[in-house]
Design a protein around this ligand. Structure first.
Ligand code: OSB
Ligand code: MG
Length: 368
């Protein structure tokens, strides 16, 4: 496949409702959107970097810069044999995984369209449907969160994740268990809001039998997480700390986590995501697919990845209606049964991109 040209856009899409984490409040989604033109097909990808460097160091502007100045020039005019070539060609470039992943994802989509395969099949995934959960943000009161939990349980989400931060943690979890019982699959995501000095506080979560606690400690730590995991019954899941297969290998070896959240953008693309999936599978570590408020395109990539066998826990790939009044894919990503998404069988990502909607959300674009 020859990479003939690449179009970059910055999109801005209003979220249905603002979403608050321990590090930032989001009212809209801004992202870099990539279209790769190759041998008569268009492949789509999107960057999960936010406008500001508060989840990791990448931003909309750094992603655009890296793509325009360094990443796209590596691929332009090149004849690729398979999408895995992108990971190999980008290997000399340090970090900037979200920028790399956006381009790599678009190449995977174009490649699978050319082969007449679904993206899931191209990756080697066999699941036809996936179970999904929902991530619920921090609210002004516990009562607000309880109402959201109720709403999403009624919609059929199979696992509830709530964001926590110091002062908005134990009592929140206690209230959810009290109202909804012990049978719902419940977990908490701290987005690095605690330190090892909070171990005694975090131990108070153990009686509530959470499915896991996600990234309680620093975004770049695997040492303190190992110590914390020794003290906690609740399994630790790492998100922010895992960028590479090597990170995952070391975290597993140290006992820093019992579960890994794989975000395609955070680890530099689908090829690396699959490698981390495989490594975790060999070590009996379950994985699930994280989310970054992706548009339908990013979520289609997540669904395809989740079709791999070791994605045994429901992920954060919620339906379009959880985020958007109108998604850029048509029709949107919607449940086939409550809490269940189909893995599309059509070629590539398996969703059509609505060009008019895409244009409406585009702040700027460039053709390279
Ligand atoms: O840590 O998983 C996270 C949203 C923004 C930044 C970080 C995270 C999240 C989510 C939302 O939890 C997941 C989603 O619904 O896409
Ligand atoms: Mg997280």
């Amino acid at each position: 496949m020859k990479i003939e040209k690449v179009e970059l856009r910055v999109l801005s899409m209003p979220l249905k409702a603002p979403f608050e984490t321990s590090f930032l409040r989001f009212a809209e989604k801004e992202c870099v959107f990539v279209t790769v033109y190759s041998d008569g097909v268009k492949g789509y990808g999107e960057s999960v970097a936010f406008p500001s460097p508060h989840y990791n160091e990448e931003t909309t502007e750094t992603v655009w810069h890296m793509l325009e100045r360094f990443l796209i020039p590596v691929l332009l005019g090149k004849e690729l044999e398979k999408p895995e070539d992108v990971a190999r060609l980008m290997a000399p470039i340090r970090r900037n995984y979200m920028a790399i992943a956006a381009l790599e994802g678009a190449v995977w989509d174009a490649y699978s369209k050319q082969q007449g395969l679904s993206l899931a099949e191209a990756l080697g995934g066999h699941k036809r449907e996936i179970d999904v959960g929902v991530s619920i943000g921090i609210e002004p009161t516990i009562g607000h969160v309880l109402r959201n939990v109720d709403k999403f349980l009624q919609e059929g989400y199979k696992r509830i994740k709530v964001k926590i931060k110091p002062g908005f943690d134990i009592r929140l979890i206690e209230a959810i268990r009290k109202q909804f019982g012990d049978d719902i699959q419940l977990m908490a995501d701290a987005n690095s809001a605690y330190t090892l000095q909070d171990a005694d506080l975090l131990k108070q979560l153990d009686p509530y039998k959470l499915l896991m606690i996600e990234q309680p400690l620093a975004h770049d730590d695997i040492i303190d997480h190992a110590e914390l995991q020794r003290q906690l019954e609740t399994p630790i899941c790492l998100d922010e700390s895992i960028h590479t297969v090597e990170d995952a290998r070391k975290a597993i070896q140290l006992g820093s986590c019992k579960i890994v959240n794989i975000k395609v953008g955070r680890v530099g693309g689908l090829t690396h995501s699959r490698a981390i999936h495989d490594l975790c599978q060999e070590h009996g570590i379950p994985v699930w697919c994280g989310g970054m408020f992706e548009t339908g395109v990013g979520r289609a990539h997540n669904i395809a990845l989740t079709s791999l066998p070791n994605f045994t826990l429901p992920g954060d790939t919620s339906a379009s209606s959880r985020y958007w009044v109108q998604d850029i894919v048509e029709p949107g990503v919607e449940f086939i049964r409550p809490g269940t998404l189909a893995v599309p069988a059509g070629a590539g990502i398996g969703y059509e991109v609505g060009e008019r909607t895409l244009d409406r959300y585009t702040l700027r674009k460039a053709l390279l």
